[in-house]
Design a protein around this ligand. Sequence first.
Ligand code: ADP
Ligand code: MG
Length: 615
Amino acid sequence: MADIIKLLPDHVANQIAAGEVVQRPASVVKELLENAIDAGAKTIKLIVKDGGKTLVQVVDDGDGMSETDARLSFERHATSKISSAQDLFNLQTKGFRGEALASIAAIAHVDMHTRTATNEVGTHIKIEGSKIVSQEVVAAPKGTSISVKNLFFNIPARRNFLKSDQVELRHITDEFHRVALVHPDIEFHFYNNGSDIFNLPSAKHRQRIAHIFGSKMDGRLVPVQEETEVVKISGFVCKPEFAKKSRGEQFFFANGRFIKSPYLHHAVVAAFEGLIKSDLYPGYFLYLQVDPSSIDINIHPTKTEVKFDDENTLYAILRSTIKHSLGQFNVAPVLDFEHDPNLDTPYSYKEKGATLPKITVDASFNPFQQTPERRSMGSGAYQKTSVKGWEGLYEGLEKSTDIEGFSSVVIESESEEQGTLYSDDGTGHLASTFQLRRKYVVSTVKSGMLVIHQNRAHERILFEKFLGEITVKEGLSQQLLFPMELTFNKQELAVLSEIKESLTNIGFAFESLEQETVKVTGVPLVVPESGIGTVLDRLIADYTEGFSDGSVSQAEVLAKVLSKNLAVRTGEVLDQESQLALLDNLFACKEPSLSPFQKLTYTIISEGDIDKKFS
Ligand code: ADP
Ligand code: MG
């Protein structure tokens, strides 16, 4: 057989390597920003168009490159940062692989202007798909400017795989944060489609954090400081009361590099134990300095996962340092999570003296009369827009005959004169419900016992309600007597304006959406006034997470997020009317059997099953 092994041409090898280095525009941003920092820049400008798909440009005032270096920089494994394997154990720079520029140039149109301090003229190189298109001598300021245009122009499959501009911009912003947070001394400017998103002056760490995440962040930070032989720790954790439902403001940096470490994250969470609920995440900005030889940043191509030599010690030190800081700054209130608000005396009763209970008899009470029309729940936590009768159950059932365990209900009820919801006792009463362990609503149906998961069922109900309202724009709004002013940081505002239209459709009304404050003038009926801030916070956080992962529509993501955050929870007491309303509304849904998160909403335990228990 003839020899068949060939060396791949450089541009093909580069394209393959590019797949590892460049996943999306944000990867380009990261590489270019890091190069600018390695070049000793004092001021860095990041310019982005269309989520980085059209343009990512980084302009720095660093060392610049000579004509030869400028050309060499696009070769694979061309780096000025290490010269021997030994150097890997004493890395002081962000880059060292020498593949970023080669990779980027393989899959985009790249334009570079660069000049060193000692050269009077600079170099302009144009390179497209690894081919040098032109190289000329130009007048240029000291430093380097690299524009990366039309990313993945020659790999349509990768280009099509990119998400919407907004999502890509969010990834870019994340990378930008990671770099800007660890280099507060460098001035950063970040422009998107011509408007400036961030202007960060040279500052200290704390100010930098506040410049990025909004001035309200400043008051939430607790400093953390410790120096041992193994590690030097500095930075901040957020006070426990500002812990969030979602991950987000959690940053670890090791030797000036953003890293991800589930293990060290756990150490921080452990330090917060007893101070925040277990489903909340503490915010933190922690900078670790370790001996470069004790850390291996080489195990992952995009370099966010690291391996420390002595992780266990690091864990222990980190945990106790943070505990100490939290204690020192007196931010350890005693929280009672098991406290049951239902046992509180309502405010209006607090000042009243006790009165002797009286028994009154309602003479007009007729136990055989049908229950009066149900009212919706009062607290605002759960309200129905239309009160449907028990027929709702029947309608729902009819539509879902394909669901197992359901058909029997439908068939049986069809053969009966009375509807499914009538109880079995022959009195013609509506079936009664009761709540089990503040988690389930139990009722009877013809075929046995119906057990509804209150949280999931309500999620399903709200999901369908919101989905409908977002699309047909008919959400009912409750005007606030006093508009509420809420503060958000820039990222949060960006998300808010992205989803503003949908929110308006379901009943939110915003007066102004600018700077750091948002004036809310109306909210959907289901949102209690006291919870507006929390609901919007969670909405933004959950939406950010949900929308970047799935490819579903914005309406669906929002409806999911809203239902998740507004549904009655396990542990909440439901009064009789609310229980019945839940039952009604669930079976009026198009898809009553599953929550929006594909979990079972109810089950029916058949009479046969119960009989078996007694046999
Ligand atoms: P690495 O950063 O791993 O060395 P890159 O492909 O990112 O590899 O860059 C290759 C080389 O090009 C760098 O080692 C550096 O010498 C030079 N270089 C890249 N960007 C800049 C810049 N903004 N300013 C000065 N030199 C740069
Ligand atoms: Mg680099």
